[in-house]
Design a protein around this ligand. Structure first.
Ligand code: HEC
Ligand code: HEC
Length: 289
């Protein structure tokens, strides 16, 4: 049995999780839609994908499956609005594809994946899962604590971009995550994103991740030492803080509502917005390599 299989065996599943309409602050959900313009999604100069990439990763399949590279980048490192797929456990990966297809992983960003997952065969899912699982995880996001962050807006591809000039704004209880040089992210695997987070966030988040902070179970209890993953409980280290926070809200609000996700729903039930920002900031700052 997989690790999550064992976990599930001991969990009383809450069967009546009702998804809230507004599952969390809007900033946690900024992502490119399935209809994002090809130019901003990287239509022009495409770097070579990693060696051994299946055709569907690079070229997609017909109208229903856009190339994974489009949104997850040729490196697989992804953007806050999509997901970092590098080094994800293959069983976990395949399970997510089936959840997207079945509608048990929905939500504001999950819908970008639903049609894609439905149009893929089990073999194609297995192949892409094995490919991404074989890519070495890399640091991609620098986490910086401050009171203020550069003034940004969310552009038409749902990407957060810096406004011209040097204006700043209060971070407040947010994660302001953006690429230093958005034009370069498709061509590099060097750290390209900065997440501006509130002062003290990492310290608070470390306490939750390693002890549960008196509110929940320690994240490392299931996600392993350094939250580097354990069997099919995925690694979280060094992944986008905005992505991590969005998933926590999605578990909390029952938008991710598979049997496996219900394990996480209980884990995050008592976490406040401040806890979520903090734990995402801490885990996102860890070196995954
Ligand atoms: C149109 C943009 C787009 C394309 C193309 C795309 N994805 Fe995604 N993908 C997303 C978004 C957005 C998410 C984040 C969903 C969420 O937040 O729940 C995601 C999430 C995922 C996840 C979940 C990761 C995790 O850690 O749980 C997997 C697996 C995945 N995609 C695989 C693929 C594969 C394989 C392909 C190509 C066959 C692909 N995606 C193509 C937008 C895309
Ligand atoms: C009791 C075991 C358990 C504990 C404790 C736990 N997790 Fe999880 N977590 C899981 C399982 C199982 C999954 C996979 C869910 C699925 O397959 O949909 C998961 C998935 C996740 C994901 C989604 C990853 C992705 O790629 O989308 C995030 C984020 C997450 N956990 C964060 C946390 C945080 C933060 C903590 C600590 C506060 C934590 N987890 C503690 C079992 C646990």
């Amino acid at each position: 049995m997989t690790r999550t299989g064992w976990l599930l065996a001991g969990v009383l599943l809450p069967l009546t999780a009702l998804a809230a309409e507004a599952p969390g602050p809007g900033w946690a959900f900024l992502t490119p839609g399935a209809n994002a313009p090809a130019s901003a999604a990287g239509g022009a100069a495409q770097p070579a994908a990693e060696a051994g990439a299946p055709a569907i990763v690079v070229s997609g399949k017909g109208a229903a499956v856009r190339a994974c590279d489009t949104c997850h980048l040729p490196s697989g490192l992804g953007q806050p609005e999509s997901a970092n797929l590098r080094g994800l456990n293959a069983d976990y990966f395949a399970r997510q594809m089936h959840d997207f297809a079945a509608g048990t992983r929905g939500g504001p960003r999950g819908e970008a994946m639903a049609g894609i997952a439905k149009a893929m065969t089990d073999d194609e899912i297995k192949q892409t899962a094995a490919y991404y699982a074989g890519l070495k995880p890399l640091p991609w996001t620098k986490v910086v604590e401050a009171d203020r962050a550069p003034k940004t807006l969310v552009g038409r591809n749902s990407q957060r971009i810096k406004l011209p000039g040097n204006d700043t704004e209060e971070i407040g209880l947010r994660i302001v995550e953006l690429a230093e040089n958005p034009e370069a992210i498709r061509q590099t695997a060097q750290p390209a994103f900065t997440a501006h987070v509130p002062k003290g966030a990492r310290q608070k988040g470390r306490n939750i991740a390693t002890t549960g902070g008196g509110k929940t179970e320690a994240c490392i209890g299931c996600h392993g030492d350094g939250v580097m993953g354990e069997d099919d409980v995925p690694s979280l280290a060094g992944r986008s803080p905005v992505y991590l926070a969005r998933q926590i809200y999605s578990f909390k609000n029952g938008i991710r509502k598979s049997d496996y996700a219900s394990v996480m729903k209980d884990v995050v039930a008592k976490l406040t917005d401040e806890d979520i920002v903090s734990v995402a900031a801490y885990i996102g700052s860890l070196d995954p390599s």
